[in-house]
Write a new protein. Structure first.
Length: 568
């Protein structure tokens, strides 16, 4: 489905220009028929993708999938669609500066090309600090944002400090109804009048950090106000709903400019202590924030999947709404700058969990939700459920936009997994505010690999192979992208097909690692070792990859095998 959409990406990871053209990063007329499909092979939740300019690899950081002893899985890919594990995990559990004890969620990593440092932002819960940071020892979801640093995108990362970012968002106008609720904290007051008898003021728990560097040089931290202690009266339903919203705050750049990586990020001065006032719990400085997205200011019915969960689950779950997992992109269209923000709504285990987006003319809003929401939703026809919480990523040549997110291959599978889907803008369909609509090609069937991955080439660890009858030698192969980045041959979506041109002279077999070939000599003579690159199709069959015009050629390599006379 095209809808007349074209993209032109300009040379910054935060900005794209929507218009009639494509980025000419490869030879004109070049073609490759390589495809991929979302096979849901990697455990992942809340994935964030960063392309490392030094290695050319894409790195994906995930809440789930790390080895024991680590928080956050780290995957890498040459082509954005075939992944491999890059490290046992990003953040060691025994990091000496670890301040959190559980709920390590939503990692995102940012590379500074000047200092060559990688910064990992993440959310975690610290029960030991609930009283000090939130004013109550029994505060149920005491979540904050931590920052760790490394000189490698694969880590290990280490916390800059033994505490989270010194940021204490505070809501002075919130009636803290939890203080007049029962011990299970699941049944709120029955009326608004009862709720308004609760004391004013609460500190805000934070999850799902997303750092945005805009083209003017400003830095913003977007985050989700965790639903706990945010009971909002719904006038349409006549009851309280506990909600998560998306907020933002400006950051200074001292941490970004520090070549040692020892400076923690700090919030911009205009937010420090700006929500101070009488009453409320004892605690740290009361800081300000900007509301980016919530339900009440821009209601969409698809976000109401869980508003009756208390009755439906016999009191096990709260009546809740979610708006979280944001990712933001700066665009330019007909001389106008627009900011597209994706977000996830509903419980991630609910069939109606999905992804919507909103658009603003400034980084801090106001944002307007798209009437076409959700753009990602459960689709039993393709075998994908609960798609959500992802991040924007560009193809290697910058000409295509993708969304890397989590989903589940069946409604009964509790493990979230990694998916990559194409996003496009429509020039022919505009929203009510004149912005191009954003739509998704959500698929588990075969799709072309991202543009700029090809042309491919195969390289070998040795050239001519000389053997004697009965002897063996090995040779390793790599399939390289157009940028010289090796593809993940251990991923079954990639495969080498190998054979000897004359099995009487020598035979060839591929080892389990998918990249090493063992050649066995049999009789004196010459033969060719032929290696062909293949991709796995969604139907389970492998297909040779072809590329080049006007003569479409198989991506292959031929090495010479020489079997000499046996030694006396």
């Amino acid at each position: 489905m095209r809808r007349g959409s074209l993209l032109l990406i300009v040379a910054t990871s935060a900005t794209l220009l929507i218009g009639a053209g494509t980025a000419a990063a490869r030879p004109v007329g070049f073609h490759a028929d390589a495809t991929y499909f979302n096979n849901a092979a990697f455990a992942a939740a809340d994935p964030y993708v960063m392309r490392d300019p030094r290695s050319g690899f894409y790195y994906a950081y995930s809440t789930e999938g790390a080895d024991d002893g680590y928080y956050f899985a780290v995957y890498r890919s040459a082509d954005l669609v075939t992944w491999e594990k890059a490290a046992p995990g990003a953040l060691p559990v025994n990091d000496p500066n670890q301040w959190g004890n559980t709920w390590f969620w939503a990692p995102e990593t940012y590379y500074n090309p000047r200092t060559h440092l990688y910064f990992l932002f993440y959310a975690a819960r610290s029960d030991a600090n609930a009283q000090a940071w939130f004013g109550y020892a029994n505060f149920e979801e005491p979540c904050k944002i931590g920052v760790a640093v490394s000189r490698s995108p694969a880590g290990p990362f280490h916390n800059i400090a033994n505490h989270p970012i010194d940021y204490n968002p505070y809501d002075p106008s919130y009636h803290d109804v939890n203080l007049i609720m029962g011990p299970d904290q699941k049944k709120p007051p029955a009326t608004l009048q009862q709720g308004e008898t609760a004391p004013l003021g609460t500190y805000i728990p934070m999850i799902d950090p997303d750092v945005f560097f805009d083209s003017s040089g400003h830095v913003y931290l977007y985050y989700s106000r965790n639903a706990y202690r945010n009971w909002v009266w719904d006038y349409d339903l006549g009851k309280y709903i506990e909600e998560s919203n998306i907020y933002a705050v400006g950051l200074t750049k001292d941490w970004w400019n520090d070549p040692t990586g020892r400076t923690m990020p700090t919030i911009a001065p205009q937010y420090r202590g700006t929500n101070a006032g009488p009453g409320g719990p004892a605690g740290p400085r009361r800081d300000g924030w900007v509301r980016i997205l919530d339900y009440d200011h821009d209601k969409q019915s698809w976000e109401n999947a869980d508003v009756n969960d208390y009755a439906l689950t016999g009191g096990q779950n709260k009546d809740r709404r979610w708006e979280e997992g944001s990712s933001i992109l700066e665009t330019h269209f007909n001389g106008r700058t627009r900011y597209y923000l994706t977000y996830s709504a509903n419980n991630w285990q609910t069939p109606q969990y999905g992804v919507g987006y909103a658009v603003s003319s400034t980084p801090l809003g106001p944002f307007h939700k798209s009437p076409t929401n959700p753009i990602f939703r459960a689709n039993p026809a393709i075998g994908e459920w609960s798609p959500g919480h992802g991040s924007f990523a560009f193809s290697p040549d910058g000409a295509q936009l993708y969304y890397v997110h989590h989903g589940r291959p069946s409604p009964d599978d509790s493990q979230r997994r990694l998916y990559t889907d194409r996003l496009q803008f429509s020039l022919s369909q505009l929203d009510p505010w004149g912005n191009p609509e954003l739509y998704a090609d959500e698929a588990t069937s075969d799709r072309p690999v991202p543009s700029g991955v090809a042309p491919y080439r195969i390289s070998a660890s040795r050239g001519v192979m000389s053997l004697r009858p009965g002897s063996t030698r090995t040779v390793s192969f790599r399939v390289l992208s157009a940028d010289g980045v090796p593809l993940a041959l251990g991923n079954p979506l990639n495969r080498l097909r190998v054979r000897s041109s004359d099995s009487r002279v020598a035979t060839a077999s591929l080892d389990a690692n998918g990249a090493t070939v063992t050649v066995t000599g049999y009789s004196r003579g010459h033969a060719g070792l032929i290696v062909v690159y293949q991709r796995l199709l969604a139907d389970g069959m492998y297909k040779d990859v072809h590329q080049g015009r006007p003569h479409v050629e198989t991506v292959s390599l031929r090495l010479q095998i020489r079997v000499a006379r046996r030694s006396p």
